[in-house]
Design a protein around this ligand. Sequence first.
Ligand code: ADP
Ligand code: MG
Length: 666
Amino acid sequence: MALIELRGVSRHYELGGSTVRALDAVDLDIEAGDYVAIMGASGSGKSTMMNLLGCLDVPSSGRFTLDGVDVGEMGPDELARLRREHFGFVFQRYHLLPYLDAVDNVALPAVYAGTLGEQRRARAQQLLQRLGLGERGGHRPNELSGGQQQRVSIARALMNGGRIILADEPTGALDTASGEALLQLLAQLHQDGHTIILVTHDPKVAEHAQRVVRLQDGRILSDQRRTPFAPAARAQLPAAAPLRRGLQALGRWALQARESLRSAVDALNGNRLRTLLSTLGISIGIAAVVSIVAISSAARDHIEKNLQGLFSGKLMVFSDDAKLPPGAKTRKFTPQDLHALGGLPGVRRIEVERSSQGSARVARKDATVSIQGNSERLSDKGLYEIVEGRVFTPTDQTGGAQTVVIDDTLRQKLFPNVAQVVGRTLLLETTQLPNPRTGQVSAIGLPVTVIGVVKSISDSSISFGGDSPVYVPMSTYLRKFNADLDAYFFTVILDNKQSPQAMEQQVRYRLRALHGQEDFRIWNAQKEFEKIQSVTGALAAMLAGVAAIALLVGGVGVMNIMLVSVSERTREIGIRMAIGARQSDVRLQFLIEAVLLCLLGGLLGLGLSWLIVLGIGAAQEQLKPTLSLQAVLVASAVACAIGLLFGTLPARRAARLSPVDALARE
Ligand code: ADP
Ligand code: MG
């Protein structure tokens, strides 16, 4: 049984309705160790024959066996395995990869065979040494002469063993001397036991072979043995690098991934401007999403800090007749009502809102103020900061002391040049409240002594109207200003651990029982706060959604550039396939390139959003957005996912190229 047997092998091309018979029912046997030249005019079918013999293509009909195994039935990956394990290709135009140096070009077939890096490079170096290129290992193809490049390509053909060497017009691009040297080299390889199949149109070249097969119009015209068949005395092949057959699938995948990563970096590095431009869409998309999320979460934090302190843990209760039958009247909240509610478990205290407009006077200065009787709130840490003196104690509240706590804006107005205001006296006046006994509205003046100055921590425009508040003890307020004991409005301060929703129910039941009707309305600040939060959340989500669309557009841009890259590098893909890359290897390579491109875009985008966040933080006081580690990780993962998503189509397109078509592409 011959090494190669063709029986009635045809290769037809359908071209515009007519059939081109590039090979027409060819029978041919080639023994192991033979040296065959295939000759013929242009268009006679030489290349077609070569592609079939090299398992780059399969016959349209007929039977092709290699070592007795039928090749016609094999799938792309099995053909790739045959090319890897049995063949070494030498092309007219060398077909080296321009961005790899000589050693890496030679070593490439072993990547697909799963040989580890160290062994690979050692063997490549050894082969180059043997071919007289020991000093040239670190040179790239454009730094080598044509003859040197062709020797590098022969070394590559020998990398995995190169039992059968297929050379298509190997001297076609060389000068006479280099061509002659190359033919000597092939003769030497034949001596060493390699089977050589050479395609040429040059009779002088064909003279080096032992046997000459002439083709015409896809048929064998003559088959002439020039010297008696004599397989090399030592039919012994130079040992191929030990293949890691035991390498687990995962290990092989990791090796492939690492090599793909390297060549992806090389490819992207080779065209930096384009790489940068094509990542722009992704960068902008990532920067937009990340900064919007950072800013909106900073805004939420801000709202939480400022509003929640003011409103959370409180229920506000108003007189309201909305739920009453027609004609029924609301009742004010009596001290008894408030006392009963104050006794509910989970209620810390009841605050009655008591305030009236008035003025504060000292010497010749005066200011309009809002006189506040609900001075218990001053003890709420987080709302007020004591800048001087102290605030009221529980004894102050009930004792009716004529003392006052003022805020720092009023202090500036009334005591601009006074170092120490505690102990000073001022006169509070109000005219608004009618005397409940006489019904007369008369001005009431009350001299009070300052015991402290506070500063409101949250924005004062949120807490009160324009006038500066002054605080007096509740008992003093009620007695001195003849205020009505009943209230239209009060606030329930809850214990921290209580659910505002549950407490709202409790207060509602109790108050309804006390009043016999629901003549009030409860405003649950927590609920309102959550509403605000969900609105700001939805707004941020919407903005982020818009930014995500930018991200998708960026992904489409990457897909576009990857498709261009695939068509530009079609021949490279063909070369990789010829030396044994599986479809999955090619797919992985382009997928990794797309992911790398997107990841690069993602990192640029993160850098950009970091600048945005810094800028916003520096430009104003209120919001201090930050980039969280989580944001960085999620953004990187999203960028990778986009690379996978949009790299799939170009990678598949690359992997599905037929090796013959890919190699033929200029
Ligand atoms: P040679 O290498 O001897 O010049 P080829 O094997 O390239 O000849 O081509 C043999 C014949 O097949 C030619 O007529 C050529 O036009 C045709 N042929 C080769 N490849 C294709 C193809 N992919 N599609 C259509 N026709 C082709
Ligand atoms: Mg040809």
